[in-house]
Design a protein around this ligand. Structure first.
Ligand code: UDP
Ligand code: MG
Length: 313
């Protein structure tokens, strides 16, 4: 039995070496046959040099050096595509995913589970916006999509070789790795864990990145927003029809018994703004989908590996 561990790393010079030491120690307790695939995602700090030094010393450590920063999702994908083990575990390089859990991941895999997902217990330190934002996201998402996402599910997960072999067939670019794995199904279970603080530095997922991630999740896994806008359009048209009828009856026909004195210009102004807003929302949403189709149609390679600076591949 061989284990592959995929570690995406972007500007992790402070934690990478300590983290890998910890990881190796845990792995040795589980199996003698393993590979650690470090994916340097175009770091601008010393991450590459540190990883190269570690890979030179330890043949178990393989290094995939991407030619620039492709983002965590594609970095993970690159690592998975190089994995040769019977099971693949993805883990963050910043120490937030405790390597001590690997034993449990492997035990569940040996019990026959093909996907084992690390689920974060609620993180009390998270800000108000992040906490309630994610609650709202999961609620909306699960209500409108045929894929069910588990709240708190992280990228810390194990997939069987069979899942890995299917995963590498995906060609879509705007991807959420865990969303794709959830979409695939297979026999799955979860391991709850307490996420730790980062060893060093700060999370590179800013609010803007999170918003992008949320939008991408919806657009790549759900077409409900397209229908929702259509439905809203119908509803608004109906409402404005009723509203217009009410004004017609109340003012010219019944001579304003309610003394509302609505001026026609004001009404039309508000109505126009309203409808233009709706049309623009619908167009914006279409544009989002279109941009995905556009990027997909270009069909560029998902990532580019700089082989010269990689190691043990
Ligand atoms: N990461 C990456 N490419 C990026 C951003 C992050 O490979 O563009 C890696 C990072 O080094 C870490 C993992 O992805 O190992 C998780 O990133 P981070 O801790 O910044 O985000 P979190 O999910 O903890 O908020
Ligand atoms: Mg982190």
């Amino acid at each position: 039995m061989k284990l592959s561990i995929v570690v995406p790393a972007y500007n992790e010079q402070e934690s990478l070496s300590d983290f890998l030491k910890l990881l190796v120690r845990e792995l040795k307790r589980v199996t003698a046959s393993y590979e650690i695939i470090v994916v340097n995602d175009g770091s601008s700090d010393d991450t590459l040099r540190i990883a190269q030094a570690l890979a030179a010393k330890d043949k178990h450590i393989r290094l995939v050096n991407l030619s620039r920063n492709f983002g965590k999702e594609l970095a993970t994908t690159a690592g998975i595509s190089y994995a040769t083990g019977d099971a693949v575990i993805m883990i963050d390089a910043d120490g937030q995913h405790p390597p001590e859990l690997i034993k449990q991941f492997v035990a569940l895999w040996k019990d026959g589970y093909q996907v084992v997902v690390g689920v974060r217990k609620t993180n009390q330190k998270e800000g108000f916006v992040k906490r309630y934002g994610s609650k709202l996201f999961y609620h909306l998402f699960n209500a409108t999509s045929d894929v069910t996402l588990i709240p708190g599910a992280t990228d810390y997960r194990l997939i069987d070789k069979a899942v890995r072999d299917e995963f590498v067939k995906f060609t879509e670019r705007n991807r959420i790795t865990r969303g794709l794995i959830d979409w695939m199904g297979f026999k799955r279970t979860v391991i709850p864990f307490d996420a730790k603080e980062r060893m060093a530095g700060r999370a590179s997922y800013s609010i803007t990145k999170l918003v992008k991630l949320t939008l991408n999740s919806f657009i790549s896994l759900s077409i409900a927003p397209l229908y929702a806008v259509g439905a809203a359009g119908v509803l608004i048209t109906l409402l404005s029809f009723i509203f217009g009828l009410f004004i017609l009856i109340e003012q010219p026909i019944l001579s304003d018994p309610l003394h509302l004195r609505i001026t026609g210009t004001a009404m039309i102004g508000v109505l126009l703004l309203f409808l233009v807003g709706i049309i623009m929302t619908a167009q914006g949403l279409l544009a989002l989908y279109l941009s995905h189709i556009h990027v997909q149609a270009q069909n560029r390679p998902l990532f580019i590996v700089d082989k010269q600076n990689s190691a043990n591949l």
